[in-house]
Design a protein around this ligand. Structure first.
Ligand code: GLN
Length: 461
């Protein structure tokens, strides 16, 4: 039996009924890693089976998962994809890891990523790029490329990615996983190696919408160790997943359907809209006129914060001089230090923060008219390895449709919607909603997934 084709709920049922032991499950996924990882390069560090809670009633009892290598794991190497941390063994656990362990899940590996989360293709990892499991000549997306690749190739049951400007959604779109960028503050960032602290979010990547809802229910909520985490009550996402909101209206932001969108992606998005129309859901064209400014504002805000966050890895603490940083990290530190410097601060950084407020206000206004928005996750399917790595601007433009949500702090879920006609590579669409509307987003995605016959059981075996 192919265990990696099962949903979390199905595998959990087998474990509960003792049709399989937790040890056997772990060994199965370990052998998947041994077989596939030499090619895909999704996992940087394999972990041994750890002693976990031996309580079969736990929601994730015996479920093996991987986690982006930006999350601290006590006693287990954590690199953030950078050679600066190649031998770093953390002294404590990230909150998200503690929560998953307490739910019975077992860590099987740490996933490859662009160094410090900087990138859209995982080619900026100091440990070599991740290959797209659908076609090894293509990128898996980034920066959480190893996360999506490990899930879709069946090396782990789910993964925890990190999304600052699209890093969960872009790989999800390129590899055909379901990836959730949560509302800022819904999940704790404690123990996550920071990229840009005001934009970073911690979220699940899974094979199906239900799997993502299961994980979200466990990892969401207030954490005393992260003052930016929310205080309000967290809904039971799995219990309401099958609910259908009456009179749902979905907006189509016209700026997301402009010429940068390739025809193969546009076609899949139109097919997705048709599936929803078939259910009787109403659509309305809306405008997010500031979309064109989002990339510029983001690369000022994100690099400013990155230059400050990366300053801690200096030679005093880590014994490395700055030449150990990769090209992209150096580019961002220099840009960020420049935008924060006297004389330029007002012209660049402050201006970007003003644009940020305006972008958020524009989303707020649109969400008075419609419940959710539907848009492509990326203008293109996965591109070839090496195609954009020497052209930073082209690489930055991959995130044109994902970045505005991080700037506004709102949630967005990338959902697979088939393969592109030409390259036969996955395409994803995203559902965006007002802050803390994850429940409605998941319900609406679940309706689509069911209408097209359930989640995809692709694997790279
Ligand atoms: N590609 C974007 C960047 O390089 C987003 C990365 C992310 O979300 N971590 O900044």
């Amino acid at each position: 039996m192919k265990l990696h084709h099962l949903s979390i709920a199905q595998l959990r049922m087998m474990l509960l009924k003792k049709q399989i032991s937790k040890k056997e499950v772990f060994k199965y996924f370990q052998s998947r890693i041994q077989k596939l990882n030499p090619t895909v390069n999704a996992i940087l560090t394999e972990t041994e089976e750890t002693e976990t809670m031996d309580d079969v009633t736990l929601p994730l009892y015996g479920i093996p998962f991987s986690m982006k290598d930006t999350y601290l794991t006590k006693g287990i190497r954590t690199t953030a994809g950078s050679r600066i941390l190649k031998d770093y063994i953390p002294q404590y656990d990230a909150t998200v890891y503690t929560k998953l362990k307490n739910s019975g899940a077992i860590l099987i590996g740490k996933s490859n990523c662009d160094a410090w989360g900087h990138g859209s293709s995982t080619e900026n990892s100091d440990f070599g790029p991740v290959k797209n499991p659908w076609n090894n000549a293509y990128v898996a997306g980034g920066s959480s490329g190893g996360s999506a690749a490990s899930v879709i190739s069946g090396m782990s049951m789910f993964d925890i990615g990190e999304d600052t400007g699209g890093s969960i959604r872009l790989p999800s779109s390129f590899c055909s996983t379901v990836g959730l960028k949560v509302s800022y503050g819904l999940t704790s960032r404690y123990g996550c190696i920071a990229y840009a602290s005001s934009l970073d979010t911690v979220g699940p990547i899974g094979k199906s919408v239900e799997d993502v809802a299961i994980i979200l229910e466990i990892i969401a909520g207030n954490d005393l160790l992260d003052a930016t985490s929310v205080r309000h009550k967290i809904p039971k996402y799995t219990r309401t997943l099958r609910d259908k909101k009456n009179g749902l209206v979905i907006g189509l932001p016209k700026e997301y359907f402009k010429n940068s969108l390739t025809p193969s992606v546009a076609k899949k998005i139109q097919e997705t809209i048709a599936v929803y129309k078939e259910m009787g859901i109403a659509f309305k064209e809306v405008s997010l006129s500031l979309t064109d400014y989002a990339i510029a504002a983001y690369y000022l805000l994100a690099t400013s914060e990155a230059s400050s966050n990366l300053a801690r890895y200096d030679s005093v603490r880590f014994g490395n001089d700055r030449s150990v940083f990769g090209e992209e990290a150096k580019r961002r530190m220099m840009l960020g230090a420049f935008t924060l410097s006297a004389g330029y601060y007002d012209a660049y950084y402050i201006k970007a923060t003003k644009i940020r407020s305006l972008i958020k206000q524009e989303f707020d206004t649109v969400f008075k008219e419609v419940d959710l928005l539907l848009a492509p996750t990326s203008p293109t399917p996965a591109f070839k390895l090496g195609e954009k790595i020497n052209d930073p601007l082209q690489m930055y433009l991959s995130d044109i449709f994902t970045i505005p949500t991080n700037i506004a702090g709102i949630p967005a879920l990338s959902v697979p919607c088939g393969l592109s006609e030409d390259t036969k590579l996955p395409v994803g669409f995203q559902l965006l909603g007002p802050a803390f509307s994850e429940e409605l987003i998941l319900q609406t995605a679940y309706r689509y997934e069911n209408a097209v016959g359930g989640f995809l059981k692709f694997n790279a075996a």
